[in-house]
Design a binder for this molecule. Structure first.
Ligand code: SF4
Length: 258
């Protein structure tokens, strides 16, 4: 079973061909996972298997550690290309997420003005005005929309509270294009049921929602690491390419990661 629990509040940098040098900011505790979803494909494992004992990092601690790391990287002459909010769960669950974004933008401007600020989020907190406004300030507002089928969402993403996909789509539209949609496509089974969302019954309605949202970009991807649920399979290159090409044909830039 896969369980990648990231250090907190700063981890990396990670060198990626796609992003360059990415410095991670993890707003969750260092010894467990906290998320408003509990995806069957989560690389951090299931929530109940990784209950943290440590508190969330404070706003002050995040700023202090980020500044120290940026100073260190500056001394080494290797500044980040991107500051990425990701890690052990959902970053927008942090009660001071908006203030932390302001601190991060200030430190970015001071130490590495060319770096982008990216947030990877599952979209469950975008109804909060403060979260919306903070995400409008970041360079890459990357929000998850795995499907528009409520049954599939409950089966695969396991939202902790109410998740109304129509409301989520409305809130995604409210970014007026300042949003990148990220979608996981996969095949296989979980608990004896298919979790394949690569068929037309899923892709067609999802694509219609994407067209309504009018994002600046779409990123589609598939399982890359071990998952806490057995029986999941990667979507094929051909399937991802075909979905990507349909998004592009709709006039929206799209990348596929295999
Ligand atoms: S939203 Fe992300 S962090 Fe949360 S359970 Fe799903 S994959 Fe894991």
């Amino acid at each position: 079973m896969s369980t990648i629990i990231y250090p907190s509040p700063i981890f990396g940098p990670v060198h990626s061909r796609r992003l360059g040098i990415s410095l991670g900011i993890n707003l969750l505790p260092a010894d467990g996972k906290v998320c408003s979803f509990d995806c069957i494909y989560c690389e951090c494992g299931f929530n109940e298997d990784h209950r943290p004992t440590l508190p969330l990092p404070t706003r002050e601690l995040v700023a202090e550690r980020l500044e120290a790391k940026l100073k260190e990287m500056n001394t080494e002459g290797q500044l980040p290309d991107v500051l990425t909010f990701a890690g052990n769960g959902e970053p927008t669950c942090h009660p001071h997420f908006a203030e932390i974004i302001d601190d991060t933008i200030r430190l970015r401007d001071q130490y590495c003005p060319k770096a982008k600020v990216s947030v990877l989020s599952n979209s469950t907190m975008i109804h909060r005005q403060q979260v919306h406004d903070a995400l409008m300030k970041v360079d890459n507002n990357i929000l998850k929309l795995d499907t528009v089928d409520p049954i599939y969402i409950n089966k695969v993403d396991h939202p902790n509270g109410t998740y109304d996909v129509a409301q989520i789509i409305d809130r995604l539209k409210a970014f007026n294009g300042h949003v990148i949609i990220q979608t996981m496509f996969m095949r296989g089974e979980a608990a004896g049921e298919s979790v394949d969302n690569t068929g037309e019954e899923y892709v067609g309605p999802w694509l219609e929602a994407v067209k309504e949202i009018k994002p600046q970009q779409v990123m589609i991807y598939t399982i890359d690491r071990e998952t806490p649920t057995m029986g999941l399979q990667k979507a094929t290159h051909e399937q991802l390419d075909e979905i990507r090409d349909r998004v592009i044909a709709a006039g929206i830039p799209c990348s596929a990661s295999y």
